[in-house]
Design a protein around this ligand. Structure first.
Ligand code: FES
Ligand code: FES
Length: 160
């Protein structure tokens, strides 16, 4: 076992973990941060996306020990109390989710996307969200929500 100290959603945790423990499992099973979900465990779906020192990472692709001494933000740490971020508001307003399973990862990835490029066009959004899979929505409203949060308007057809 290895002792790690990680700041997660503004709180510092110190825990013993096995060296093989994945960050997503540490978040869910040790910290109870079940807003971060596992969709595939093979780094394909993006459902487990969190921020590590402000950058989006797939937490099934990071060991908990790699987060030692670093800062993690999950979907549970994004809103300011009851106040949602503009992107979270946009997902709600644009009906950018159905079952919601992919949504935490989508929002964490899109938050990093907008941090890097506050004025993306639709092609940029689609390209930078390609690592996040959704089985329900057809993606149109997700892209629309990201563009709305950026103050832009989606182009293109109706939701698939
Ligand atoms: S659970 Fe991490 S990418 Fe699918
Ligand atoms: S809303 Fe169901 S997987 Fe995306």
């Amino acid at each position: 076992m290895t002792r790690i100290s990680v700041r997660v959603d503004g709180v510092t945790y110190s825990d013993e973990v096995e060296p093989r423990t994945l960050l997503v499992h540490y978040l869910r099973e040790s910290l109870g941060k079940t807003g971060t979900v596992v969709g595939c465990d093979t780094s394909n779906c993006g459902a487990c996306t969190v921020h590590l020192d402000g950058r989006s990472v797939k937490s099934c692709n990071v060991l908990a020990v790699q987060a030692d001494g670093h800062e993690v933000t999950t979907i549970e740490g994004l809103a300011d109390g009851e106040t949602l971020t503009p992107l979270q508001e946009a997902f709600r307003d644009c009906h950018a989710l159905q079952c919601g399973y992919c949504t935490p990862g989508m929002i964490m990835q899109a938050t990093d996307l907008l941090r890097e490029n506050p004025s993306p066009d639709e092609a940029y959004v689609r390209q930078h969200m390609e690592g996040n899979l959704c089985r329900c929505t057809g993606y149109h409203n997700i892209v629309k929500a990201v563009l709305q949060a950026a103050g832009a308007t989606a182009t293109g057809g109706e939701q698939a």
